[in-house]
Design a protein around this ligand. Structure first.
Ligand code: NAP
Length: 195
């Protein structure tokens, strides 16, 4: 059975923390490919200002271009409406009925998974890779065991990624303050932001 990674995120902007996470997950879980899925309208960010979908999509394409195991999907952009992960995973399940699907995202996002649309069904459809930075309180994720039950909880895998010390919000803050962002994200993405 082939294993596929679906890398969900707002990617505002994409940075080396995301890229290292995807590559580490690919290696650790034997994923054949990692498909990046920029969220069009993240449901929990209604009313918050985020960069244009098209810009976030293009930056994701630029950032992933040099890795043959990485792809970018427009599924959430083309679908429109709130970017519910359940609908995205149904899309990939129908395209890859035999695949062992892994949804990769930040541990902080996974912490809220019980509030996601149809989350019990999500657990039937895929496993989760929760990327955390070193020093992240693992107890926080452990707290999900009681809420989700053992079977679902075992489908959440933690992946510690030192490069996740980099964050999109810190990059946005630095850009706004005119501070350098070199070496935090690919040069192509930095150039795109400057332009
Ligand atoms: P977020 O709340 O902006 O991010 C939470 C934390 O996770 C941040 O520290 C973020 O760092 C990190 N993170 C986000 N994506 C990551 C990734 N792919 N790899 C490593 N770290 C990552 O999360 P978000 O980006 O809006 O949402 C994450 C995913 O969950 C998206 O695909 C979203 O659609 C999905 N989601 C679905 C529902 C639902 O179905 N109802 C609800 C919420 C989220 P950075 O800021 O540096 O990225």
């Amino acid at each position: 059975m082939k294993a596929l990674g679906i890398m969900g995120g707002t990617f505002d902007p994409i940075h080396y923390g995301h890229l290292v996470t995807a590559e580490a997950a690919r290696y650790a879980f034997g994923l054949e490919r990692v498909i990046f899925v920029p969220a069009a309208h993240p449901p929990h960010k209604e009313g918050r200002r985020i960069s244009l979908t098209n810009d976030r999509y293009l930056m994701t394409v630029l950032a992933t271009m040099t890795n043959p195991a990485f792809e970018v999907s427009q599924v959430e952009i083309e679908r429109g409406g709130p970017s519910y992960t359940i609908e995205t995973m149904r899309h990939f399940r129908s395209r890859h009925p035999e695949a062992d699907l892994h949804f990769i995202t930040g541990g902080d996002a996974i912490l809220e998974i019980c509030t996601w649309e149809q989350s019990p069904d999500l657990f039937k459809m895929c496993q989760f890779i929760a990327a955390t930075r070193p020093g992240y309180p693992l107890g926080a994720l452990e707290g999900l065991r009681e809420t989700l039950g053992d079977a679902a909880f075992r489908r959440i895998h933690r992946l510690e990624v030192p490069a996740l010390a980099i964050s999109s919000s810190e990059i946005r803050r630095r850009v706004a303050a005119g501070q350098p962002v070199k070496y935090l994200l690919p040069e192509s993405v930095e150039n795109y932001i400057t332009k």
